[in-house]
Design a protein around this ligand. Structure first.
Ligand code: 6GU
Length: 242
């Protein structure tokens, strides 16, 4: 997968050299470049923002540098990337969208700051490439940079060859629309707290049943919205009653 990121704070993306994302880059599974939006400014102050039309607080990112950046990184004579714009006004970022993005050959992330990017940039880009405005949740960040780190981590781990143990993709929280059951390792007793006996029983059928019930109970308590969204046929008659 090819990924380009445009930002006024390239230093935010230092962590992308680390851990499994860094390894994916070194292994050639992820080809990633970070670009400074100010590259595409032409005034001495390298200005990227201006006051909002219609008044109000804060500043808005000017369209001209963004237009030039997208022209350079999504040229008309090459396959178009999918443009992803993090914003609290976007569609919710969920595991299903992570899977969708992981299937794209090219992603281009546009990190807004201040009150956001002039909407005409996204309108115009939409005539050339698919554009998705994405929100991490119902809170406000200073800008899109940290959101891109989150999105990229969720997407990169779905790329073929990045995770050693593909089974952990199957089992994890959200894979089946449920939160994952709690996990334990040795020792069997620690500071007076015991590992649930059933997990040490060796009875794999009962263990699977226990994990499913714990996942259902946890999801019901913590995320009743997820439980309500489960299709009826994904529950079976042996499931715990909630
Ligand atoms: Cl994706 N961007 C910003 N700036 N704030 C957010 C967000 C994204 N998601 C939640 N808050």
């Amino acid at each position: 997968m090819r990924v380009d990121i445009v930002t006024i704070f390239p230093e935010y993306f230092g962590p992308l050299d680390l851990s499994l994302i860094g390894k994916a880059r070194r292994n050639g599974l992820l080809d990633l470049a970070v670009h400074d939006l100010r590259t595409w400014t032409h005034d001495v102050h390298r200005t990227v923002d201006d006051t909002p039309y219609g008044g109000g607080p804060g500043m808005v990112m000017r369209p001209e540098p963004w237009g030039e950046a997208l022209d350079a990184l999504a040229p008309a004579d090459a396959p178009a990337p999918r443009l992803v714009v993090p914003t609290p006004a976007g569609v919710p970022f969920r595991q299903a969208l992570a899977h969708e993005l992981a299937d794209e050959p090219r992603l281009l992330f546009a990190c807004g700051r201040y009150e956001g990017i002039d909407q005409r940039v996204l309108e115009h880009a939409g005539t050339r490439m698919p554009v998705t405005e994405v929100s991490l949740g119902d809170y406000v960040l200073f800008g899109g940079e940290v959101a891109v780190l989150v999105i990229l981590e969720a997407v990169t781990r779905l790329l073929p060859g990045v995770l050693g143990n593909v089974g952990s993709l199957e089992e994890e929280s959200h894979a089946h629309g449920l939160l994952e059951a709690p996990v334990y390792t040795k020792p069997p007793t620690w500071r007076g707290h015991d590992v649930p006996e059933i997990l040490r029983s060796g009875d794999h059928g009962r263990i699977a049943r226990w994990r499913r019930d714990e996942a259902l109970l946890r999801t019901g308590r913590r995320r009743p919205d997820l439980l309500a969204a489960l299709p009826a046929e994904s529950l079976d008659k042996r499931d715990v009653t909630l």
